[in-house]
Write a protein that binds this ligand. Structure first.
Ligand code: KG4
Ligand code: ZN
Length: 326
């Protein structure tokens, strides 16, 4: 079974093709440079660039997979959450192809996609496991008992971890997106400052990053001479410590040996390194390859392939849902 999937929920246009769960091609047109000068994604501009990118990118994915569009058995696209104008471009294109070629269509939840990113590298990873989903819009902990029984056991009460990285990067005068910039700067600094870790009560698996953000803001106002490298290292340590202490406490309480990471922030090398330290030899830790942590279509294609195997097809009047939940 050949699945072609499109991802266009935010500022990356991406197309991927899988055959029986094996990745044949995965291509992406990034708009990061376009939005950088605005310090974040401008929805109208993102939608317009998706429109320009989508057709050539589908052609490129087919060419790299060395197949023709008529070889595709199933068309899939992300239908939410995300920016509505951006979502509509990929969704309409995939539905159009399905209609024209008389093939089934599958709508994929972007958050499920992030979770499935691990299946590209670890096809034998099967529930039960714990998932920490950390992206620009989400910071949530899930206990995955089976693919159709997923329980959310914690979430952020304010900012997502990626959003906190982006906001602190802006305070430090760094480029958008802030996560990779802070990671780079932190490598040159020391964890000198003890920024707060919120909601530390036992059994509480919610996250909060607004107190940390305010604390860094006031610290910078009071200490304008502090080295940015040290502030970046100390901030990153506070975020990672909050994320991991809760994740591994939850793994212990729920008796889950496999701990899976997903989403853009899972690309962070300090988080990846610390996770191994937290896990010791008691837990198995899974991270997707870096290119499948941030937004991509390979994860959507794998999620769609698994939905297809379960017979979960979507109607052609499926609409974009900007605030779609997990
Ligand atoms: O998953 P993603 O590409 O898009 C969403 O679905 O949100 O995540 C983007 C977020 C941004 O906030 C970005 O700053 C963060 O992931 N991010 C990182 C790193 N790479 C991307 N955060 C920390 N360290 C990184 N290396
Ligand atoms: Zn994402």
């Amino acid at each position: 079974m050949i699945v072609l999937a499109i991802e266009s929920s935010c500022d990356e246009t991406a197309v991927a093709i899988v055959e029986d769960g094996k990745l044949l091609s995965s291509v992406l047109a990034s708009q990061v440079e376009i939005h950088r000068k605005f310090g974040g994604v401008v929805p109208e501009i993102a939608a317009r660039h998706h429109l320009g990118n989508i057709a050539p990118l589908v052609d490129e994915a087919l060419e790299r997979a060395a197949i023709s569009v008529t070889d595709v058995d199933v068309f899939a696209a992300t239908y939410g959450p995300g920016l509505v104008g951006s979502l509509l471009v990929g969704l309409s294109f995939a539905k159009g192809l399905a209609l024209a070629l008389n093939r089934p269509f599958i709508a994929v939840n972007h958050l499920h996609g992030h979770l499935y990113a691990n299946m590209i590298t670890f096809p034998s990873l099967i529930p039960p496991f714990l998932v920490l989903l950390v992206s620009g819009g989400h910071t949530e902990l899930f206990s995955v008992n089976s693919w159709d029984s997923i329980e959310r056991i914690g979430k952020t009460r304010d900012d997502a971890a990626g959003e906190a990285f982006d906001k602190i990067a802006r305070l430090l005068g760094l480029n958008y997106p802030g996560g990779p910039e802070i990671e780079k700067l932190a490598k040159l600094g020391e964890e000198k400052y003890n920024f707060p870790r919120s909601l530390r009560e036992k059994g509480n698996y919610d996250f909060s990053f607004s107190g940390l953000k305010t604390s860094v803001l006031y610290f910078l106002k009071k200490n304008p001479q502090a080295k940015k490298e040290d502030v970046a290292a100390s901030f990153q340590a506070a975020v990672v410590d909050s994320l991991l202490s809760k994740t591994f406490a939850a793994a212990a309480e729920y008796g889950l040996k496999n701990v899976v990471f997903a989403g853009g922030v899972a690309a962070n090398s300090y988080l990846r390194e610390k996770a191994q330290q937290f896990a010791k030899d008691k837990y198995n830790v899974y991270f997707p390859p870096i290119e499948f942590c941030t937004d991509n279509a390979a994860m959507i294609a794998i999620a769609a392939y698994n939905k297809a195997k379960r017979g979960e097809l979507s109607p052609l009047d499926t609409n974009a849902i900007p605030y779609l939940k997990f």
